[in-house]
Design a binder for this molecule. Sequence first.
Ligand SMILES: [Zn+2]
Length: 324
Amino acid sequence: MPLADILGHERIVEVLRRSLRTGKTAHSYLFEGVPGCGRKKTALALIQALFCTSAADDACGVCPSCRKVAGGSHPDITLIAPLPDKRDISIDQLRELQRVLSLRPYEAPRKACIIEPAERMSVNAANSLLKTLEEPPGDALMILLTENAGMLLPTIRSRCQLIRFAPLPPEHVMTLLERSGISAGTASLLAPMSGGSMQRAIELDNEALAEKREAVLARLGQMNIKRIATVFDAAEALSGNRDETLELLDLLISFYRDALHLAAGSAEIVNRTVRPAIEAIAGRTPLPRTLELLEAICETRRAVQRNANPKLALDHLFMDIAAA
Ligand SMILES: [Zn+2]
């Protein structure tokens, strides 16, 4: 992503672009801010701009180099983070980094690395990095990301140019959530609670989605065609406006797809957190019937999209499901 497309950090982008124009980028940066506010995106955009073969102070976005950075496959970029199931970044990881940085770049004018989160370097590991930060081998660009620069050794801080990222304003979180495919209604609920962090907004969305999954499955489990009120009550409770109903139907589609996968002997399902309830659906619904219901849900979705009344459409669909 070019620097010009970074949302919410205009002043920082301006400073970085000026340094690119004048050829005065620092060797080592420390980007401080809440996780999810755009530090890593900006770091990658800076590297992309520095590596770009056709533009001066920003990435063109289309040259082979820009595409490799965007696709996460550029051979001259190293990302350092704690290894899976490890709390800290180890001294071995940083030794290996220094070895890699000392090699000649494959394609780019210089090598680059991002260390995240920098506060997770042990004291020994951090000390091993001091010389590299001061004089990166081969003119490499080092970018350290941290939530709080105060948690780093003063010797690390003093060797880096500190750039402070403010939390994203809620309106930018909203725009970014919508760009990532979250509905406008949900985005407007999540943005004010996100603390200016996209990461937190997405976590909140996942928590809300987990609750929603459980509520929907509980309602489905309570429906009984012999007590028709349970069916209409479920439709009443779960239908909303058009967008909310479409979201519900997407959830139902994912449940029945998962049930289908289980019935076909696959262990991989999307709704892992509610696996027992999905197994119950798969257990009580014969395979051909599951396929019919999946088709019925998709048909209901199309009808709601074409302006069918959400509550009536769900009444109809839920009677079909309860009859299974
Ligand atoms: Zn380019």
